[in-house]
Design a protein around this ligand. Structure first.
Ligand code: AMP
Ligand code: GLY
Length: 413
């Protein structure tokens, strides 16, 4: 079977790497791909006509969508009258990620455990509310904001600043949410679903902030690891009973066309797991650890979401721990230089995985082409060994301005 993967990040490189291990996979194209992927096709991820023409000419039978944008834009609906399968939710279901208000109302309707929230449609009414909660809250822009629409506040001043920032970006009449601030440990759960059943991958943790100790500005993700030591059977059961089962029930009852991945961003609080957010796709950088940890055939798993066999799919996982450290360009997540040559890629050991993100191949050289440049992924028997090894490998790869966090996987909770 010929397949097209949409996207250009580390997540998409990991998906292509895993698909290529399947005996069922013939040609695996990436639209548009990066310096680490082969069979790159220079078409934009939101150019549905272009993607369709390409897929028809190359006899592609399956499209796997990496990023949220084309899903929220309706790529699944666009292909619904063709014979090409698109792995992902339809436009309506993609609102679970595209609109935080839609997602919260869905959680409320189906009894998914989550924090309290209030909905506002202008800055003025939100300003009044933050006084009531003494600024101790989380303020969120309703729409897609590439991780930049969430403000975790601890004082009235911080909350006011957040609202003024939102006003500057979107105007006075803006749809937003103010949520209860939850305290606990964060966990990412990625479940494959056919709209009725589900199978979950190993639990993982993302590291969103730029600096060690979870300080500094939020980024697209500085690293991840799996499995997570505090994910006991008791927590696993509570997550399933209190969040996943209700979510899948809601997807079914709303009659969403959803053959894809539902990602639950969870906070494990003293009173149990609560959903912070949904994503309607594989997470990045979580994918770079959870796919190497998955022992089975990814293409078979994806196809089982279309042919009714997901329910009986036997999920198997590789032993040990997987740690991913993201090498970034100096200056990221603000302005950074591009076009810097990368060396040492061949120096890392054979078992180490290097998933490219912001890279480009020119004249046989790999150069930087984004803020998050490379994902270095290591698997070892213990978490400690995986951390030691991944940092040794990170030293071997060199480019001017290389920066990475030094504490991926070392959180105590
Ligand atoms: P989101 O994009 O909704 O996942 O939010 C980004 C990050 O903000 C999350 O990973 C959390 O670290 C934090 N966050 C979001 N919502 C809350 C909340 N209700 N309480 C505490 N932290 C939150
Ligand atoms: N790791 C969070 C995301 O993919 O949005």
């Amino acid at each position: 079977m010929n397949i097209a993967v949409i996207g250009s990040g580390g997540r998409e490189h990991a998906i292509v790497w895993k698909l290529n291990q399947s005996e069922l996979a013939e040609k695996v194209y990436v639209i548009p791909g990066n310096g680490g992927t082969k069979k790159n096709v220079p078409i934009g991820v939101n150019d549905f006509d272009g993607i369709k023409n390409f897929c028809e000419s190359e006899k592609i039978k399956l499209i796997i969508v990496g990023p949220e944008d084309p899903l929220v834009g309706g790529i699944v609906d666009y292909f619904s009258d063709t014979s090409i399968k698109v792995f992902g939710p339809d436009k309506k279901a993609a609102q679970l990620e595209g609109s935080k208000i839609f997602a919260k109302n869905f959680m409320k309707k189906y009894g998914v455990a989550t924090g309290d929230f209030e909905q506002f449609n202008n800055i003025n009414s939100a300003m009044k509310f933050i006084e009531k909660v003494k600024g101790n809250c989380v303020i969120k822009y309703d729409g897609l904001a590439a991780g930049k629409g969430v403000y975790v506040c601890s004082s009235i001043r911080e909350a006011e600043e957040a609202l003024l920032d939102l006003k500057q970006k979107y105007g006075e009449e803006v749809q937003l949410l103010i949520e209860e601030k939850l305290i606990g440990s964060e966990l990412s759960i990625l479940a494959f679903t056919d709209g009725e059943n589900y199978q979950i991958l190993l639990p993982s943790q993302d590291h969103k902030q730029l600096l060690d100790g979870d300080k500094g500005p939020n980024t697209g993700g500085m690293g991840a690891f799996c499995p997570v030591p505090f994910y006991t059977d008791e927590i696993k059961n509570r997550i399933e009973k209190e969040t996943i089962i209700q979510t899948i029930k809601g997807i079914k009852e709303e009659s969403f066309n959803y053959k894809g991945v539902i990602y639950l961003g969870l906070m494990i609080t003293k009173s149990g797991p609560k959903v912070l957010e949904y994503n309607v796709r594989l997470g990045d950088p979580e994918t770079e650890v959870v796919l190497p940890a998955f022992k089975g055939d990814l293409l078979e798993l994806v196809l089982s979401c279309f042919d009714g066999s997901l329910k009986d799919f036997q999920m198997e996982f590789n032993d040990g721990y997987f740690v991913d450290v993201v090498l970034t360009s100096e200056g990221y997540p603000k302005a950074y230089k591009k076009g810097i040559e990368i060396s040492g890629l061949k120096k890392v050991s054979d078992e180490t995985l290097v998933f490219h993100a912001g890279t480009k191949k020119t004249n046989g050289k790999i150069i930087t082409n984004g803020g998050r440049v490379l994902n270095i992924v290591v698997n070892q028997k213990t978490l400690g060994k995986a951390i030691d090894k991944v940092y040794n490998e990170c030293e071997l790869i060199k480019f001017e301005g290389k920066y990475y966090r030094g504490d991926i996987g070392t959180r105590n909770s």
